[in-house]
Design a protein around this ligand. Structure first.
Ligand code: MG
Length: 306
């Protein structure tokens, strides 16, 4: 069962440990001097990879744009499917790059996954297939020891891809699914951009596991509606008061728009003209980069792109 279907059955809103509702000072106030049509926007949800940074290096103008948006009084939440680092590690790296953020500003898909498991599979024994150590953000999740090959877990968690996604690991996951384990995916991104170009991500492997095991992954990060709702709850704003900026037209922008949030696509990071052209919908706004967001909000000279 997908998380979207679970949400549509009036499941109570999940609480994300360490990411509790916190009304950001200034966020509830009307932001003055901003563009007609943007007056209702009080908070900005921002994807990190490909929007603020590529390979954790800041994109031109992004540090200054984030500062300007904060100083204008907008609430800010960084919402990321990143599975290679914890929130604390991400915050530290972004601070070194000049961004004024702390761990509390960040919602990662692994944090949302821990909350999802606590609600839907309390006490479950899990195995994690992921590149990078995210155990700190999987608070309360019982993970079987890597050398325990005899136990059958209740849940197979698929995180972000890397060298760990070899034949042995994928075949082991396939075996667990055949024996009744549930499949929970932190996200289903097909690829991401690094300074070495586009890299294949776990969504590609997930499709194979689903088809082979006749299983359907329950997705906990973007594009699930619950992930966006958790970010809105943290900022204390409604969907109509928020704007989501991302470089993934489907998982960031159109998924946010389906949740009632205004979507803004940037042409940095993983953006490709062909995925834009072939997308399942149309973004509310398209700008060259995050550096143009303050101008878009103000309605001053900014080139909106098709
Ligand atoms: Mg991105």
């Amino acid at each position: 069962m997908s998380i979207n279907r679970i949400r549509s059955n009036n499941t109570p809103r999940r609480r994300i440990p360490g990411f509790r509702k916190r009304v950001v000072r200034g966020c509830r106030q009307r932001v003055r001097g901003y563009r007609p049509g943007m007056e209702s926007v009080r908070a900005v949800l921002i994807d990190i990879d490909g929007v603020l940074t590529v390979s954790w290096e800041p994109l031109p103008g992004s540090v200054e744009a984030l500062r300007e948006i904060r100083e204008a009084g907008f609430g800010v939440a960084l919402v990321t499917n990143t599975t290679s680092r914890t929130r604390a590690s991400i915050a530290g790296t972004l601070r070194e790059a000049g961004f004024a953020v702390d761990a509390e500003d960040i919602l990662t898909a692994p944090v949302a996954t821990a909350a999802y498991l606590a609600e839907h599979f309390p006490g479950a024994r899990c195995v994690l297939l992921n590149s990078g150590d995210i155990r700190e953000d999987l608070e309360g999740v019982t993970l079987l020891a890597p050398d325990d090959t005899k136990s059958v877990p209740d849940v197979v968690i698929v995180g972000g891809a890397g060298p760990e996604f070899d034949y042995a690991a994928l075949n082991r996951a396939f075996g667990y699914l055949q024996r009744g384990a549930r499949l929970v995916a932190v996200h289903r991104n097909l690829y991401w951009r690094t300074d070495a170009g586009l890299q294949l991500d776990s969504g590609a492997f997930l499709v194979g596991l689903e088809q082979a095991a006749r299983a359907e992954a329950e997705v906990t990060g973007k594009p699930s509606a619950a992930f966006f709702e958790a970010a809105l709850a943290r900022l204390g704003v409604g969907a109509g008061e928020a704007l989501m900026v991302g470089d993934d037209i489907e998982s960031d922008v159109l998924a946010a728009q389906r949740a009632g949030i205004t979507g803004v696509l940037v042409k940095t990071g993983k953006y490709l003209p062909e995925t834009h052209r072939d997308a399942t919908g149309t973004p509310d706004h398209v700008i060259e980069s995050f550096a143009d967001l303050p101008a878009l909000l103000r309605g001053s000279a900014v080139q909106e792109l098709g």
